[in-house]
Design a protein. Sequence first.
Length: 102
Amino acid sequence: MVDPDYYNGSEYRAGQAFNFSNFRGKKFFEQRLNLSGIVNSSSKVFASITEVGIIGGQVKPFQGAASMEIKNVVPHDDGIVIVRGMIHWDSDLNYRISVVVF
C-alpha cells in the first residue's frame, strides 16, 4: 500500500488536490491550469481525467464509453501547469482534470 503523503529526508508533507472542471473537447487537448503560488518547476504534479455529466441534478464523474488519457504534465515557475491528453471520441465530451501537487 502506498501512503498518500510522501517523506523526503526530514520533510514530511501531504499533497494538495485540485479539480479543474468545465472543460469540453475531443481528440488531442492541451489545458493550462493556474496554480500560481502553489506550483513551481520543481513541484511534483500528478493529473487524472474523467468524463463528467449531470447525475441527480449534480455534476459528477462517470465511466462513459470513451477512453481518456493524460499524456504530459509540466509544472512551470509561474504556477502554470500544462496538461496534454487525448479523448478517444469523435464528438465533444465534458471532462474534469484533477491534480495532486507535492
